[in-house]
Design a protein around this ligand. Sequence first.
Ligand code: IPD
Ligand code: CA
Ligand code: CA
Ligand code: CA
Length: 269
Amino acid sequence: MDADLRSNLFQQAKDWVMEAGANIKAKIDDPLTINTKSNAKDLVTHMDQETERFFQTKIKKKYPDHFLLSEEGYGDNLSNLDGIVWIIDPIDGTMNFVQQKRNFAISVGIYLDGIGEIGIIYNVMDDVLYHAIRGEGAFKDDVRLPKLKESLTLEESMIGLNHNWLCRNRLVKEDTMQQLVRKVRGTRTYGSAALEFAYVAEGIMDGYLTMGLAPWDVAAGIVIVNEVGGVTTTIDGQSVNMLTTNPIITCNSEIHSQVIVEYIKKGRK
Ligand code: IPD
Ligand code: CA
Ligand code: CA
Ligand code: CA
């Protein structure tokens, strides 16, 4: 992508993210309409929909030839990633939004022909913005994030892991993840995939493993993690298909293959 176009697109996307964030913040104490989707824990509120609608209206008006891939139904039905595609999660961490009124993010990735060019993750209530432009580094607000630690061992690592990994599940046999939990220094669960990617990029977590993430959960995070030298693959080490849901690991590259080879592969169902 042409450097000028990329920098204009970033500025525009960032302005819209800040505007959407300000709207959510202004309405944070308003009564919420909460509905469920695939199951009783899969929540959606009118603010998820309103925020996605905001992006859809802005993008389609200013960039009619761009596409939108997004969670709440206002996006395009895409069968490929040709052209410029905005991959947006209007509120990532809806359960946190509902239960806690914090610890959620707006996540915007902009891809050209399947390649992530721009990633923006905005922690709305903390007012912290992570971003990256491909080849230009990653930033937390205006501070450049350093490359991830070298010579990292699993014993020194902190890993983001949803507790469902420790229940009986369809991906790994019992005691697979328990062994990993025993090996690492610590585990954390934040409830927003986008923020967990941002924390891996920031180096305050060394990896994040998740059973099933959609493109809008990871699009921005992948770009940001890449820029500090981290890697994101499926839990089997394959490249991520940005048109489907994938079980995903994003990680400091020092421990990526060790987690896959010594833990996941051994216990994979
Ligand atoms: C969810 C959050 C959550 C992750 C789920 C996602 P949503 O996104 O990122 O942390 O565990 O897999 O679906 O629904 O709140 O946008
Ligand atoms: Ca959701
Ligand atoms: Ca999400
Ligand atoms: Ca969402």
